[in-house]
Design a protein around this ligand. Structure first.
Ligand SMILES: [Zn+2]
Length: 412
């Protein structure tokens, strides 16, 4: 019989395989491969033959132990800051004036293009470690501030380095179709189509087998439905999964199109209609809600949560961390926003950053719940109440994180 490597005892276990039901005096053990091998009562755990002297025992002291949180939508790799631009906007400077000064997404693109790889890695690793402190053990990272082949690949390299240099698992997404770069906007040809042909499509083919998914920003200020479809076709030929930024500012029916391509997720969705919801339900496409951007941009149109519920679409929540529209570092704060701004129940907000976020990344066989056979990725919280994870604003209750059976933030 195998010896247990790590054992947490006396925990208020929240496995999330049965909603918010907790196990009092719970215990959970990992094997030497970082997998969960046993879950049960503490008294049974300490008497178990696999619990030996070499087993590292951690006293949960009655605190909540959950699966590590999963942030399934971030733009974590970038250079530069947009704080000054935000300050100007608050002081009444118009978008046009800010854009004329080189602000907006263009400023992040320029900074990211001129940054060296090591600079991008250093800042992304620092941010990722802040996410970890809030209980996050898996993060999705998108490219999309390079908008040329060289810088998009540099961003993906930086995201891979985050996985190597931190305890986080990283899911990689190519978002070359994020915006049309200025050098194509002024071109004699149709800028978007030329950019897709010369940069996005070659990148997609190059990234076959090297990223997890391809994403598109489908919106009037980015790529239209027809162009989005061309990107999806390219992704399909490269056997890459699909996701989409859709229906954030208007309803272009991008989510419905994505569902037709069996997208893993459709994200934002403030303007999604019932047809789109039905298509997502049928395809099993996860709805990823991003309340941080809604909050920071002072939006008023809420995503159709009731329709998503009625049609059984799984709802995930993510920070959408990015310097322009969601400079949010805390997934628990985002859960609070999802409940206060979008009306999600406590259970929906918790499942949205664990079970359904795992599904949005198609990693639900490995992470998202505490079940035997899954990765021993857990967060320990300084409370026994699941609702506290969502209720508190700005507090950080996370007091321990284990990744594949190793404590990377030690419990105190
Ligand atoms: Zn985004």
């Amino acid at each position: 019989m195998n010896t247990w490597k790590t054992l947490i005892t006396d925990a208020e276990l929240l496995p999330l395989d049965r909603g918010l039901a907790t196990m009092h005096d719970g215990a959970i053990a990992s094997d030497e491969h970082g997998r969960i091998v046993w879950i049960g009562k503490t008294t049974d755990a300490v008497a178990h033959e696999n619990c030996r002297e070499s087993t590292r025992q951690i006293d949960g002291r009655g605190r909540l132990v959950t699966p590590g949180l999963i942030d399934c939508h971030t733009h974590l790799v970038y250079a530069g800051s947009r704080a000054n631009e935000w300050q100007q906007r608050l002081a009444g400077v118009s978008y046009e004036e800010i854009a004329r000064q080189g602000g907006g997404i263009l400023s992040t693109v320029n900074s990211t293009r001129s940054a060296g790889l090591s600079e991008l890695i250093t800042s992304a690793v620092q941010r990722a470690n802040q996410f970890l402190e809030f209980g996050v053990t898996t993060v999705e990272i998108k490219s999309g501030y390079g908008l040329n082949i060289e810088t998009e690949l540099k961003m993906l390299d930086a995201a891979r380095a985050v996985e190597k240099e931190t305890a986080l698992d990283v899911s990689l997404t190519l978002l070359a179709a994020h915006a049309i770069p200025p050098e194509f906007k002024d071109g004699a040809n149709s800028g978007a189509k030329q950019y897709l042909d010369e940069v996005v499509f070659p990148l997609i083919q190059h990234c076959q087998g090297k990223v997890d998914a391809v994403d598109v920003f489908c919106e009037s200020i980015a790529f239209n439905l027809e162009q989005t479809k061309l990107v999806f076709e390219q992704a399909k030929t490269a056997s890459l999964a699909i996701k989409i930024h859709a229906e954030q500012l208007s309803n272009l029916r991008g989510a419905r199109l994505a569902a037709e391509y069996n997208a893993w997720s459709a994200d934002h969705l403030e303007y999604l209609d019932e047809d789109g919801v039905k298509a997502m339900a049928q395809a099993g496409t996860v709805a990823v809600l991003l309340p941080g951007a809604f909050y920071f941009l002072n939006e008023t149109q809420r995503p159709p949560v009731e329709l998503l519920r009625n049609h059984g679409v799984p709802i995930a929540i993510a920070t959408d961390h990015n310097p322009g529209s969601s400079p949010v570092f805390s997934l628990p704060l985002t859960m609070n926003m999802a409940s206060t701004l979008f009306g999600l129940t406590v259970e929906e907000s918790i499942l949205g950053s664990t079970v359904h976020a795992a599904r949005a990344l198609r990693r639900d066989d490995d992470i998202g719940t505490l079940e035997v056979g899954k990765q021993f990725d857990v967060a320990v919280w300084n409370t026994a109440e699941p609702a506290d994870l969502v209720y508190r604003i700005g507090d950080n209750l996370c007091c321990g994180v284990a990744k594949t059976g190793e404590f990377v933030i030690e419990t105190t």
